[in-house]
Design a protein. Structure first.
Length: 190
């Protein structure tokens, strides 16, 4: 499994993971109409637009400092992706944000999600961030993933998004050095 920065040519594969993970992870959390509205074509167009901007502004993404990594399996291609960058001002003392992380269900519990999260955290650290947070739907059963990585619940909020009024929990890490233990030295920033 290789973790690398996303390229513009990854849009179709990222869109596939995006749609498939929404279907398996958010059923019963996000209104079903929102899940059903995510088509491969629609998400490919969205990711192509995102990655086009990403390619021309590298190393920036939408907001200066944002970036995306993909997890790529030799046989299956891209099976997951994660992105991060400077945290918007949520009124919380965390300078970096793990904005999203998605991994196909069949590749979960193999260490790939840990590696993706670690790559995001360590890139944030290289950018000068000393801490990180991630917002997760409170009803998401995969919240234990962040706790297993040492994240602690730091805040809760409600957002009107995806056709629903959804509860979110923020998990935070005050020290990003703990993520160095997840990656072997030769895996850092392949």
């Amino acid at each position: 499994m290789v973790i690398r920065e996303a390229k513009e040519t990854d849009a179709v594969s990222i869109a596939r993971v995006d749609v498939d993970t929404w279907r398996t992870t958010y059923a019963g959390i996000v209104p079903q109409e929102s899940i059903n509205s995510r088509s491969y074509e629609q998400r490919t167009n969205a990711w192509h637009a995102c990655l086009s901007v990403f390619a021309t502004l590298r190393p920036n993404w939408f907001t200066p400092g944002w970036f995306i990594y993909v997890a790529e399996d030799d046989a299956a291609g891209i099976v997951g992706f994660a992105g991060g960058g400077p945290s918007p001002d949520y009124g919380l003392p965390f300078s970096g944000e793990l904005g999203f992380i998605y991994l196909l269900k069949s590749y979960q519990r193999r260490g790939t999600g840990r590696r993706l999260a670690a790559m995001v955290a360590l890139k944030l650290k290289r950018q000068g961030h000393d801490s990180m947070l991630v917002w997760v739907f409170s009803a998401n059963q995969n919240r234990a993933f962040y706790e297993a990585l040492g994240g602690r619940p730091i805040a809760e909020r409600f957002v009107d998004r995806y056709g629903g009024h959804l509860a979110e929990t923020a998990y935070g890490w005050e020290d990003l050095e703990i993520f160095e233990k997840i990656l072997k030295p030769d895996q850092l920033f392949e």
